[in-house]
Ligand binder design. Structure first.
Ligand code: AGP
Length: 613
């Protein structure tokens, strides 16, 4: 997962950058690099693999200076290599850029720049940014203005840091959306820039967190923050505690809130290194999947607990629709009591954030004994669920601390989608056009999630209305039915409000008897193939006096007249809509619980890792 460190002051930037990147090493990366301004010239060192290799390169070809930027990269566009590692430099050699995020429109930008005569030295999307900055700099405007104009061309969510030998007294940092934070550390006659607090915490506790669409011009003695539209911003200095816990919490009140907001970044990292957007293909090397194995699979069981099982329910739809594999989802604590029909052509796929959930491990053991092909999707590296499996997909979310799982829900949704595309491809059931379209849709996800997060205050307003509820009913249908389960689970576990998730079509078979003015109904009705059915469900709840809150797609004309409150989400390719429609429900649960004054990170009676059966 990408990391950024920058420094401007009187000390040696090289050493500070290497140390800062080391502090972010736990996040994972495949290459690293740094750029330092030495005697008025930008010197770049980049290396494939571990930071120790970059340090060795720097030792062999020393570079020193008082201003510099560095980066650890997880590949998204272009293979892991020194050539594709950041920083990226333009044709003049006067501007360098490091970047977290995905430039969604990079193909168009690349073509546009190529037609202007620009030649590219890497396969990355990031390189387009540096060429755009140079394009504007050539019109003799300031670096700040050139960066601003370049950023206005980018689609997607980004954390970006720029340095130039033309204006050697500054670093420019910007944040668009939530593809990684940008934090600026204030020292004595020195300033730091980073993607994450731990990278610079040994130097300063005084920090400023950029919001989305803000840009900071950082000099040795201070900084100026503006919006990307040039409006001045009065920045707030936070004093971050020394202890790793509050340092990790950064600008957020709780880990859960931080983890909800980290989803743009975690999903960018989920795609990194796995999706080849140019070829429209998926790579999941740790799964050890061969075409021979893909073709002999006759059945899949997905087994998991709690939130992870809800991800599995969406996964069933992906496996059946995209990969044409009959799939069953089993709660892990029940799986062992079933008599599943398993042979060497059956895949049992376990999903677990912790990788240590006793019920899930027991289900895996049973599958192993019966001779299944055993796979896992796991967050905790080296956990039992990872070690037990024949192959695994590691969630690229980083540690999840809040007991209520959020980023470890959306990451496996995308992992399952990618797995289905890979299986469908290898099994020959996906034609090239469909495969490329499915893969291309993935590019939209980080930004769509970011757009939901930008609406946190709208969700907070709804939370204020619901905070005293005693019950809540969540309804969904089709691909968003598991999101009703997940929304209800989030609410009950941290707010202690009784909440049920229900398939909307089942309402008439009983639960509709519960609906009255004291029963808020939260309905998922984004634009998906079940939209019309959901409309009639919402009408039925309304007719019985229920207060209805609807998750709906921007621009929907019908929902506002039916719903008491709308939680708007951006238009999303429907197969990926669960990744987006769950975000307002996570935020809703979070704010209801905090308004009730509850400990959202450690709710009563719950543990992060459930290691008892
Ligand atoms: C999620 O918010 C819960 N705390 C819980 O349901 C959790 O998802 C479940 O215990 C499974 O945990 P795992 O992913 O670590 O296996």
């Amino acid at each position: 997962m990408c990391g950024i460190v920058g420094y401007i002051g009187e000390k040696d930037a090289t050493e500070i950058i290497l140390n800062g990147l080391k502090r972010l090493e736990y996040r994972g990366y495949d290459s690293a690099g740094l750029a330092v301004l030495q005697n008025g010239k930008i010197e770049i060192r980049r290396e494939l693999g571990k930071l120790s290799r970059l340090a060795a390169l720097v030792a062999a070809q020393p570079v020193a200076g008082k201003i510099g930027i560095g980066h650890t990269r997880w590949a998204t566009h272009g293979e892991p290599s020194a050539r594709n590692a950041h920083p990226h430099v333009g044709a003049t050699g006067e501007v360098v850029v490091v970047h977290n995020g995905i430039v969604e429109n990079y193909l168009e930008l690349r073509e546009e720049l190529a037609s202007e005569g620009v030649s590219f030295s890497s396969e990355t999307d990031t390189e387009t940014i540096v060429h755009l900055i140079e394009r504007y700099l050539s019109t003799r405007i300031t670096l700040e203005e050139a960066v601003r104009r370049a950023l206005q061309n980018l689609k997607g969510a980004h954390g970006i840091v720029v340095m130039s030998s033309r204006e050697p007294d500054k670093i420019i940092a910007a944040r668009i959306g939530n593809a990684g934070g940008v934090v600026i550390g204030i020292g004595e006659n020195e300033m730091y820039v980073a993607s994450d607090v731990p990278a610079i915490l040994e130097h300063t506790r005084r920090m400023i967190f950029l919001e989305s669409h803000q840009m900071a011009v950082v000099t040795q003695h201070g900084l100026m923050v503006q919006t990307l539209e040039s409006q001045p911003v009065k920045h707030q200095v936070h004093v971050v505690g020394w202890d790793p816990v509050s340092a990790e919490k950064g600008e957020y009140r709780h880990f859960m809130q931080k983890e909800i907001h980290e989803q743009v970044r975690s999903l960018t990292d989920t795609l990194a290194g796995r999706v080849d957007f140019d070829a429209g293909r998926i790579r999941l090397p740790q799964l050890n999947l061969t075409p021979e194995l893909s073709n002999r699979i006759t059945k899949m069981y997905i087994t998991a607990c709690g939130t992870a099982s809800h991800a599995g329910m969406v996964g069933k739809i992906y496996m059946e629709r995209i990969a044409k594999i009959p799939t069953e989802v089993n709660i892990a604590s029940e799986f062992r009591y079933h008599e599943p029909i398993i042979d060497q052509n059956t895949v049992v796929l376990a999903i677990s954030q912790s990788g240590e959930t006793a019920d899930t491990l027991a289900a895996m053991e049973k599958a192993r004994k019966q001779g299944a092909v055993l796979w896992s999707i796991v967050n905790a590296i080296g956990s039992q669920a990872m070690r037990l499996a024949d192959g695994y997909i590691s969630m690229q979310t980083g540690p999840e601390i809040g007991v209520a799982s959020t980023k470890a829900f959306t990451a496996p949704l995308v992992d399952l989608y990618m797995l289905a595309v890979l299986l469908g491809d290898q099994r020959g059931v996906l034609d090239e056009e469909s495969r490329k379209a499915l893969v291309a849709d993935l590019r939209l996800i980080p930004d769509l999630v970011g757009r939901c997060l930008d609406r946190e205050n709208d969700v907070l307003a709804v939370a204020q209305k619901l905070k005293d509820a005693r019950n809540a009913l969540y309804l969904g249908r089709g691909i968003n039915m598991p999101i009703a389960y997940e929304g209800a689970l989030k609410l009950k576990e941290i707010s202690y409000i009784h909440a049920e998730g229900y398939p909307a079509g089942e309402m008439k078979h009983g639960p509709i008897a519960l609906v009255d003015e004291d029963m808020p109904v939260i309905a998922l009705a984004p634009k998906d193939p079940w939209y019309e059915k959901m409309i009639s469900q919402i009408e039925q709840a309304k007719a019985r006096g229920g207060s209805v809150i609807v998750v709906a797609t921007d621009g929907d004309q019908r929902i506002p007249s039916l719903a008491d409150h709308v939680l708007w989400v951006p238009d999303t390719p429907w197969l990926l809509s669960p990744v987006i429609s769950v975000i307002p429900l996570q935020i809703l649960a979070y704010h209801i619980a905090t308004l009730r004054g509850l400990d959202v990170d450690q709710p009563r009676n719950l543990a992060k890792s459930v290691t008892v059966e």
